[in-house]
Design a binder for this molecule. Structure first.
Ligand code: ATP
Ligand code: MG
Length: 258
C-alpha cells in the first residue's frame, strides 16, 4: 500500500472535520454521503447501505486486507485485458469517489456508466453532471437502450454500447439480483462490497471486500503498475486469484480478526 493519505480531496466544507480525529475517515465518508443526499445524487436508501458497510469496515479494522489487495490487482489486470471495460456508478459511488472513478477510467481506458437501482431521470442527470464536474468526459447510462435479461424492466436498463456490450464490468455496491444477472450474461464482474456474504460479492468473478474509498484508488494504482505488463503477465495475475479463497479470508478477518 502507498503511504499517501487515503482520504481524497473535495467537498469544500470537509475541512471542518479535524484530520486528527481517530475516526476521521469514517466521519468524512458519512459527511460525503449526507452531502450526496443533499445535492440529489444519493438516495435515502443509500444512507442505510452506508451504515451497513461501515459496520463491516469497523470489523476489518478500516484497512485494506491482503486478500482485498490481491483482488484489486486481479481487477486491474482484468481491466487492462478487457476489450470493453465499464465502471458502473450509483448514488453512493458518485458521492464517495467521483474523482477516483474518473482516474480509474483514465488509467484503464474504461467507460463510465450511471446505473441506478432507484432510477429517476433527475438523479441520473445529477450524477452525470457531478461526474463531469470531476473530470469525466463521456458519461453513459442516459440512453438506456439495452437490457439485462432476467430482471424487471426498471432494474434491467443499461446502455447497449456500455454495460450491455461490456466484457468486464466493475459494479461497486451493486444490488445482489443485478450482480447475479450480470454474471449470468457471461461478463467478468468485479464487485466492491464490504460484506463478503452479500449475494453481490458471492456472484462476482472478482470480489473486493474493502471500502470503496480505498478500493477504487487501489485498483488504479495496480493498473498503473501493470501498465507495461504483457498479456501473459496479466493473465498470470488473473489466474492466480481465487474468488472463493478471497471471500473466505475476508470472512475470517471479520469474524475472528485474523
Ligand atoms: P444482497 O445480499 O442482495 O447483496 P445487501 O444487504 O448487500 O444484499 P444492499 O444493502 O443493497 O444489499 O447492499 C449494500 C452493500 O454495500 C452492503 O453489502 C454494504 O456492505 C456495502 N457497502 C456500503 N457502503 C460501502 C462502502 N463504502 N464500500 C464498500 N461497500 C459498501
Ligand atoms: Mg449486496
Amino acid at each position: 500500500m502507498s503511504d499517501e493519505p487515503q482520504i481524497p480531496v473535495s467537498p469544500d466544507d470537509e475541512t471542518e472535520i479535524p484530520e486528527s480525529h481517530p475516526r476521521y475517515e469514517s466521519l468524512l465518508t458519512r459527511h460525503r454521503i449526507e452531502h450526496g443526499v443533499d445535492i440529489g445524487i444519493t438516495s435515502r436508501q443509500g444512507l442505510i447501505a452506508q451504515g451497513r458497510g461501515e459496520a463491516y469496515d469497523y470489523l476489518l479494522g478500516e484497512q485494506t486486507i491482503e486478500s482485498a489487495d490481491d483482488a484489486a490487482r486481479a481487477a486491474a489486470a482484468h481491466f487492462l485485458l478487457a476489450d470493453q471495460p465499464v465502471v458502473s456508478v450509483n448514488g453512493n459511488v458518485a458521492a464517495l469517489v467521483p474523482g477516483e472513478v474518473v482516474e480509474l477510467a483514465d488509467a484503464t481506458g474504461a467507460d463510465i456508466e450511471v446505473n441506478l437501482f432507484n432510477r429517476t431521470r433527475e438523479r441520473m442527470e445529477a450524477i452525470a453532471d457531478h461526474l463531469r464536474e470531476h473530470g469525466a468526459e463521456d458519461v453513459k447510462g442516459l440512453a438506456a437502450d439495452g437490457e439485462i435479461p432476467g430482471l424487471d424492466h426498471a432494474r434491467a436498463k443499461v446502455d447497449a454500447d456500455g454495460i450491455g456490450s461490456a466484457d468486464v464490468v466493475l459494479v461497486p455496491l451493486e444490488d445482489g439480483d443485478r450482480a447475479q444477472a450480470l454474471s449470468a450474461m457471461g461478463k467478468t464482474e468485479v464487485v466492491i462490497d464490504l460484506n463478503p456474504l452479500s449475494r453481490s460479492a458471492q456472484a462476482a468473478s472478482v470480489p473486493i471486500v474493502d471500502n470503496i474509498i480505498r478500493a477504487v484508488p487501489n485498483i488504479t494504482r495496480h493498473a498503473r503498475e501493470l501498465r507495461d505488463a504483457d498479456e501473459a503477465e496479466l493473465r498470470a495475475v488473473v489466474d492466480s486469484f481465487d474468488a472463493e479463497t478471497a471471500l473466505e479470508a475476508a470472512e475470517r478477518a471479520i469474524r475472528r480478526g485474523e
